[in-house]
Design a protein around this ligand. Structure first.
Ligand code: ATR
Length: 286
């Protein structure tokens, strides 16, 4: 698509931003839908973040994604001087900015949406939406995943397990939902039975160690197992779950689906996540 003077503009703010797959992802959708628009990498240092965000709408941008290290700054900006979506307020971070017509900067967080949308697409048998879910890890990604899962009324218990128990307790206190139960990462075996879903958000096993973030011996054989890491696509944890017959879903789809709300807000189309998009984005992952 050739750009005209009316092209719609968006991008991703990060530092560094060269590794971001978002331009590749949004570029694919812009091309597929023949949209007169562009999505640019915007390398911005922390000290310049506020100045740049305030200038972007003045330069015609409709919005932007926000990645490391700006998610907290974006949250504070929208909280103090703009608008926050309910889920951004709950999770405490922002990854999507929309510059509204009235001049207000709106902040949303879409990782939890992307996580759930990916599972819905990849595991249409919705057994994983009912009963107990176990989430391993209590970092920023876990926060989004937990918030996304708590929107499903069928999840009756959410076990949040972390090496540092205090961090899990903080997430539970912030999200304030009676279904959350915290435990130490080495205490998850007690919850493996009667479990519908296990989500790994930790980096255990990715640096060549042999350990898994959770022992799988007692895991319900029908439990859906997923990992938010997508490099490698099949993590050691997913491989171990698959080897014992559990259904698995890899983490790439979460990245793809979390981009949809932004694309829709800036370019006016709710784009589809399919095999062609997966292959295109994967080819850019290093
Ligand atoms: P992110 O925002 O991507 O989730 P993070 O905030 O660094 O990243 O969180 C990483 C998660 O992996 C945390 O839950 C961390 O546990 P701690 O809170 O105890 O640090 C977990 N993690 C990382 N390496 C780990 C290891 N070797 N063993 C157990 N947990 C680990």
């Amino acid at each position: 698509m050739m750009l005209t003077g009316k092209a719609r503009l968006a991008g991703v703010l990060g530092w560094p931003v060269a590794h971001s797959l978002s331009p590749r992802l949004h570029g694919f959708w812009l091309h597929r839908h023949g949209i007169d628009g562009a999505y640019l990498p915007l390398p911005v240092r922390s000290e310049d973040f506020l100045e740049v965000v305030r200038a972007l709408p003045k330069a015609g941008f409709r919005g932007a994604n926000v990645t490391v290290p700006h998610k907290e700054a974006a949250f504070a900006l929208c909280r103090d001087h703009g608008r926050l979506s309910d889920r951004a307020r709950r999770v405490g971070s922002v990854n999507t900015l929309v510059f509204a017509e009235d001049g207000v900067i709106e902040g949303d967080t879409t990782d939890g949406f992307g996580f759930v949308a990916n599972l819905r697409q990849e595991a249409p048998d919705d057994r994983w939406t009912r009963g107990r879910a176990v989430v391993l890890g209590a970092g920023g990604a876990a926060r989004s995943v937990v918030a996304g899962l708590l929107e499903l009324p069928g999840i009756t218990e959410l076990v949040l397990a972390n090496r540092t128990l205090r961090r899990a307790e903080e997430v539970a206190a912030d999200l304030a939902d009676a279904r959350i139960r915290v435990c130490a990462l080495d205490g998850t075996a007690a919850f493996a039975d009667h479990c519908a879903l296990v989500v790994n958000t930790t980096s255990v096993g990715l640096k060549g160690e042999q350990s898994l973030p959770m022992p799988l011996d007692a895991l319900d054989p029908a439990a859906l197992v997923t990992d938010i890491v997508y490099h490698p696509l099949v993590t050691p944890f997913l491989a171990a779950a698959q080897a014992r017959g559990n259904p698995i879903v890899d983490g790439l789809g979460m990245l793809l689906h979390q981009a949809r709300p932004g694309f829709q807000a800036w370019f006016g189309v709710d784009p589809e996540v399919d095999a062609d998009l997966r292959a295109h984005v994967l080819a850019g992952a290093v």
